[in-house]
Write a protein that binds this ligand. Structure first.
Ligand SMILES: Cc1cc2nc3c(=O)[nH]c(=O)nc-3n(C[C@H](O)[C@H](O)[C@H](O)COP(=O)(O)OP(=O)(O)OC[C@H]3O[C@@H](n4cnc5c(N)ncnc54)[C@H](O)[C@@H]3O)c2cc1C
Length: 411
């Protein structure tokens, strides 16, 4: 299809990714009455739908299947009017006030984009792997699947911090945890403390210089063939489950060059889930974060949804009341809990009463919302910003502001 023939649709917010983070952001945006679109390329519910039992999500004391839990999230998002489209986001243009999210048939224009595209565990690429992923024996999450391996024998692949720490966690449930390490005896990628603890753990056994050659079994995995990288010898190890901890790949390809990321490709966000670009937020596993779980994805999604609503509300104030044509503006950036800021309020009341014909007064309380001050490049209150012809002319910081100096500034 010719690019010119593409349809264009407008939204307040477009959310990329329909996992726990995206769905939660949708609930918050929809409930804030923002026109919200959620785009998901495969399964609404995301990674959580790959697990049979989620036992650690609060509020479900008897556990819930990932699919059931995510269906509830989706139902709630739909209740608040979120629109769903099942398609792949192919590209994005995130700089500027109007963000563009491209799919095959349609370009979506939005004031805010929330990136909740998650990630995927890295696979070994060995023979048979696809047949045993997730509930067939190959797992990627010890926190999630350890209890199901109580009294069993499991294989852990990898020797980084995640592999060894998750492996040690598994020894609390499994009878035996065999670890396949591709390096020479005693050489591991994890930190020294974890390494020493693991080497002295009686339930852990290490197979050095090995890599997965093949995953074998019937309906379910029952053995893993390991190849010795030095001798080429193949050893068939009988196991109940195999845990792969050889890395995780964030779904951030389409954002490269636009959004800041760490070396592994995870989005860098602050505590408000803001990325480096105004109006673009990240949430969930796609972000550089300490714990990747449904509960933390939900927290991120809530913050991103709330931040989106604040961003749009603040943009409207900036556009309609501050950086707009008309009379010059005296924008008083103040903090309601600071006495020195409150002491200056009469100056602005007097200006409003006596000079309404030549200027508009706008008060911005940073105690309630810091976003507008940030957009006007003001870091500290009190500060008076003088705006003429829709442009910031002057910033006057401190408590020494008077009616006369504001009138002088607008002349
Ligand atoms: C096997 C397994 C078991 C787990 N068990 C548990 C558990 O018991 N408890 C727990 O708390 N956590 C568990 N987790 C972790 C949990 O599933 C994740 O932390 C959580 O799902 C992350 O949610 P998210 O929304 O950030 O990302 P995801 O769930 O990964 O969702 C991202 C979504 O974005 C979509 N997407 C990506 N790119 C695009 C694009 N270009 N266009 C459109 N859509 C796109 C993807 O298709 C995906 O659906 C488990 C993970 C796995 C793999």
């Amino acid at each position: 299809m010719n690019r010119r023939e593409k349809k264009v649709e407008q939204y307040d917010v477009v959310i990329i990714g329909g996992g726990a983070a995206g769905l939660t952001a949708g609930i918050y945006c929809g409930r804030a009455r923002l026109k919200t679109l959620l785009i998901e390329k495969s399964l609404v519910g995301g990674l959580a739908t790959y697990t049979n039992e989620i036992e650690n999500y609060p509020g479900f004391p008897d556990g819930a299947t990932g699919t059931d839990l995510m269906n509830l999230f989706q139902k709630q998002a739909k209740r608040f009017g979120v629109t769903f489209k099942l398609t792949d986001v192919k590209g994005v243009h995130l700089e500027g006030e109007t963000k563009v999210v491209e799919t095959f048939r349609t370009d979506y224009h939005a004031k805010v984009v929330i990136v909740a595209s998650g990630g995927k565990p890295r696979l070994t690429g060995a023979k048979g792997e696809d047949a045993y992923l997730y509930d067939k024996g190959i797992s990627f999450c010890a926190t999630c699947d350890a209890a199901a391996n109580t009294g069993k024998t499991v294989l852990v692949v990898g020797s980084g911090d995640a592999a060894i720490e998750e492996g040690m966690f598994l020894t609390k449930f499994a009878d035996k945890v065999i670890v396949s390490v591709m390096h020479d005896t005693g050489v591991m990628d994890c930190n020294e403390i974890a390494k020493n603890q693991a080497l002295s753990n009686p339930k852990m056994e290490f197979l050095w210089n090995t890599m997965v050659e093949e995953f074998r079994g019937g309906e379910r995995l029952n053995s893993v063939a390991l190849r010795n990288v030095k001798t080429g010898e193949i050893t068939d190890v009988t196991v109940d489950s195999c845990f792969l901890f050889i890395g995780y790949l964030p779904n951030t390809e389409i954002f490269k060059g636009q959004l800041d990321m760490n070396r592994a490709g995870y989005l860098l966000v602050n505590e408000r889930m803001e990325t480096n670009l105004p109006g673009v937020f990240g949430a969930g596993d796609v972000c550089d974060k300490f714990l990747k779980q449904v509960a933390t994805a939900v927290g991120d999604g809530a913050i991103a949804g709330y931040s989106a609503e604040r961003y749009i509300a603040e943009s409207e104030i900036v556009e309609r009341q501050i950086l707009c044509d008309g009379k010059p503006k005296a924008v008083y950036i103040w903090n309601a809990v600071q006495p020195e800021c409150r002491a200056l309020l009469p100056v602005f009341e007097q200006l409003e009463q006596e000079c309404a014909d030549c200027l508009d007064v706008v008060r911005v309380d940073v105690y309630k919302s810091k976003g507008i001050a940030r957009r006007l490049d003001v870091c500290e209150a009190p500060c008076t910003v003088i705006v003429k012809d829709g442009k910031v002319e002057q910033r006057i910081s401190g408590c020494g502001i008077t009616k006369e100096c504001i009138l002088e500034a607008i002349r």
